[in-house]
Design a protein. Sequence first.
Length: 91
Amino acid sequence: GTLLRQWLKEADFEARDVAFTNATRCGGVDNTTPTAVQIRCCRPFLLWELEKLAPDTVLGVGTSALAALSNDGSASVTRYRGRELEVPVVK
């Protein structure tokens, strides 16, 4: 996160232009990768947050983000690389 924030600052993004969130609401013990169950349980909160923020673009970084955004527990970053995903928003 620190490095990404630095790059965004260097690219002249203002703090108000960028929001950060996580696939899950709470971290695992010793910052372990969240399980599919944890991601699915937290997904409604993620979708709610995206609805409220109404971003033009969402950048998912990593396997957990991809699993949460795609709702695909077996999602492969390699398979999805460079593709756009339609993320349903809770209304």
